[in-house]
Ligand binder design. Structure first.
Ligand SMILES: Nc1ncnc2c1ncn2[C@@H]1O[C@H](COP(=O)(O)OP(=O)(O)O)[C@@H](O)[C@H]1O
Ligand SMILES: [Mg+2]
Length: 308
């Protein structure tokens, strides 16, 4: 659905995108992740035919950019970072207008508008003036606009920016739903969003791609390695013994409840300390009631890949 080779974008102030290559296959929901200023919006504007690249080969929805930018715009639904709405229009009226612009057949327009109003949870506000809507509803109108011509590919630039947690949740559900029969590329700097809706993430930093992989594989890259255990033992002695293990980097006592004490045991880089810790617990005959490894979080991967 999207194929990008060596995409570069230079602004007067410098290079915002530095020769990136990636692709998105049909049916995928991909998170485009990066800190502010990484180059997400620039890339998306180029992919949607609204901004020319400085260099690179780009194919979106079967059409080449920049030559076929009109075709690209017809085949994709784009929700830009700052959704440009017509504040004085009514929701329904706006969507009809946008549908006509995007060449939805006259006979289909009423049906399409009804469908996207319903899909985006806007039926109750269809007669309202856009300017009077809350931010969450305005974002929905932006999404409805992106969907009006029923495109097979959606490119959404920080669609949940500025929403409150309730709005984010319902928006996320909506995107999940849409992803069932569409290809979606969605940018965000909110990691939980990617964890909940995306199968794969592309991490971009300072105009370069740092990683592109499934979430499970990304998590494997950072050894969170921290282990939480709770044993019945002398806290001071147990702490010392754990700390002496050859692959253990650190031990922190977390909590004491009666005779039980819990520790967070961290591994030296790249080590899996489960065997060693388990061996010690068995040798010492410590009663054990908790033993778990913390999952590496996408946040850890992100921070590791994008830190200064
Ligand atoms: N129109 C522009 N003119 C000059 N520099 C720009 C323009 N738009 C973005 N930039 C710069 O390009 C870099 C990437 O910006 P952007 O693509 O908006 O990043 P992101 O969406 O990941 O936050 C930033 O350093 C930004 O300041
Ligand atoms: Mg942006």
């Amino acid at each position: 659905m999207i194929r990008v080779e060596n995409l570069t974008k230079k602004y007067a102030g410098g290079e915002a995108v530095r020769g990136i290559s990636f692709s998105v296959e049909k049916g995928e929901v991909v998170g485009f992740l990066g800190p502010n200023g990484a180059g997400k919006s620039t890339t998306m504007r180029i992919l949607t035919g609204f901004l020319p690249a400085t260099d690179g080969q780009i194919e979106v929805a079967g059409a080449k950019l920049p030559e076929e930018s009109l075709l690209v715009r017809q085949r994709i639904g784009y929700m830009p970072e700052n959704v440009p709405l017509y504040p004085e229009m009514r929701v329904e009226e706006f969507l009809e207008y946008r549908g006509r612009l995007k060449r939805v057949a006259r006979k289909d327009i009423t049906e399409r508008v009804g469908l996207v109003l319903d899909q985006c949870g806007l039926s109750d506000v269809r007669k309202k003036i856009i300017a009077t809507l809350s931010k969450g509803f305005r974002q929905r109108v932006g999404l409805a606009d992106a969907l009006i011509h029923n495109p097979p590919l959606l490119i959404l630039d920080e669609p949940t920016a500025g929403l409150d947690p309730h709005q984010i949740r319902s928006f996320r559900e909506l995107i999940k739903d849409l992803g069932r029969d569409r290809t979606i590329l969605l940018s965000t700097h909110i990691l939980s969003e990617v964890e909940m809706v995306c199968g794969r993430a592309i991490i971009i930093n300072r105009g370069k791609i740092e990683a592109s992989d499934t979430l499970a594989n990304l998590a494997k890259r950072v050894q969170s390695g921290a282990l939480q255990i709770e044993v019945k033992a002398d806290p001071v002695g147990a702490r010392e013994k754990l700390a002496k293990l050859s692959e253990v980097g650190g031990v922190v006592e977390l909590n004491r409840v009666g005779e039980w004490v819990s520790f967070e045991v961290t591994a030296l880089p790249g080590k899996d300390i489960r065997g060693e810790v388990d061996g010690l617990i068995k040798r010492e005959n410590w009663p054990l009631r908790d033993f778990r490894r913390e999952k590496a979080r996408l946040e850890d991967v992100f921070v590791e890949l994008t830190q200064e």
